[in-house]
Design a protein around this ligand. Structure first.
Ligand code: ZN
Length: 102
């Protein structure tokens, strides 16, 4: 889990650059290396990985709800989803991968 480096010159991309490229509303823009200006394109597989990860709490939901938890704790379970979504978004630059078009 490392932020991707430029495939040409090995300069690391910034976390914020990748975050913006991955979560912009107007589609996926290629990111450009600050050093050598090589364009890197967003791999579609990233979307699938994020999609699968996004639904991970649902897999554990039944297990958690099946536990004899006191009602006070149970009411907090709702917050797992937005917290997970934010966490996933903030961590996405660590597993998002880009490629160079030949
Ligand atoms: Zn570069």
């Amino acid at each position: 889990m490392l932020i991707q480096k430029c495939k040409k010159c090995s300069k690391s991309f910034k976390w914020s650059t990748i975050l913006k490229a991955s979560w912009s509303w107007n589609g996926f823009k290629p990111i450009e290396c600050e050093n050598c200006k090589t364009k890197h394109y967003y791999k579609p597989i990233n979307r699938i990985i994020i999609f699968i990860l996004a639904f991970t709490p649902l897999i554990f939901e039944n297990a958690i709800l099946g536990l004899p938890l006191p009602y006070g704790i149970r009411s907090y379970i709702f917050w797992v989803y937005p917290a997970w979504a934010i966490l996933l978004m903030l961590l996405s630059p660590f597993f998002t991968r880009f490629y160079i078009k030949e």
